[in-house]
Design a protein around this ligand. Sequence first.
Ligand code: RM4
Ligand code: MN
Ligand code: MN
Length: 426
Amino acid sequence: MVLQAHIDDYNASKLQSHQSAFHHLAELLERRGVSARHLVRELQAFQVAIPSWALGTGGTRFGRFPLGGEPRNLSEKIEDIGLLHALNASSNAISLHIPWDVPEDPGAVLQQLNTLGLHIDSVNSNTFQDQPGQSLSYKFGSLAHTDPTVRAQAIAHNMACIEHGATLGTRTLTVWLADGSNFPGQQHFRRAWQRTADALAAIYSQMPPDWTMLVEYKPYEPNFYSMVIPDWGTSWALCQHLGRQAQVLVDLGHHLPNTNIEQVVARLMHFGRLGGFHFNGSMYGDDDLTTGSIKPYQFFLIFNELTDAMQDPAVKNPPLAWMIDASHNTKDPLEDLLQSVQNILMTYAKALLVDRKALHNAQQENDVLMAEELLRDAFLTDVRPLVAEALLQSGAALDPVAVFRQLGIRKKLIQARGSKTVATGL
Ligand code: RM4
Ligand code: MN
Ligand code: MN
């Protein structure tokens, strides 16, 4: 209630300048035959899940510099996401990592989610670390391990994740495997793939019929010589092996430098096999930086392909699970998440601006320059007033980060939770 009053006050103080910017843009778009009102509605409907593992300060293997006020348990994490959603009305879901965030009291979790207008959109299994009390180690792999008893333990963990998820009303399991090898000769590639395929099939066969399994790939890290699922081709092959309830998850940071990610997502959607998306920004690898911070044009080109396929009735790809997967080493995690969501919305708005018919014609005519210019024209449009208008109409803040700062929220969180708290997660 207090927060809403602040948001309203803030919006009132900025309303005039916002409205003149919005009307100016709406007029420009109108002249191009684009309805600003329609775009605003599309933006209002777009929701991105926040990762439960990225609400605290992230670290590298060299160090971690906590900023204080981090959520100490799942309930405080949900509180933080409720705050983000109140500020931007665009992050109404949570991806949960098990066992970092095992719901001790599912009834209470559901009630809290309900009050804040949130839901759990997926559960993520963790077989990349050993947990206290765990009987067998994942040092040499989990679902791909040479020892069937380790594989059985990892299968059981995934089944437990499904059970936790089911009590919280989600129907998506995300599987990312760290399995692989660090040295030539360490692992037999073909056998490791087959063990993984069989273990995933064991989980898949016990999954409820209305669930989806998202299979995420990653080219390197923590293993540096080989990963069992290094690329989209391997994820796709596993999904083909498993069945229609299995889908590929693309994490933007999980590609080798210069990979044409826009083409990857176009291919997957053409096959109807793109199920989930992890947003983040990166310079080199799985850097997990703010979405859109480093290569905004590439990000736009990716969103352009996603949007093109989503708008094409001939494409039979199911709706995607949109999630952020990031780690915040230097910025305040909550500010970083707000900034990421804003960048995602802006880039989606630009993708919606692309004149698809004109682009199609230019492509048909092999008018290379015009095709490229049509994309650049959308990319270079300043769409900030569109996003601000969408947030305003949803009762959120015209500028979420500004309100977060104005209210001194981090200081208040430190006062309430202490300066030494450490959130579970990355
Ligand atoms: C991995 C991958 C997974 C995430 C873990 C924590 O690199 O991106 O999606 O759950 O990190
Ligand atoms: Mn990921
Ligand atoms: Mn990652």
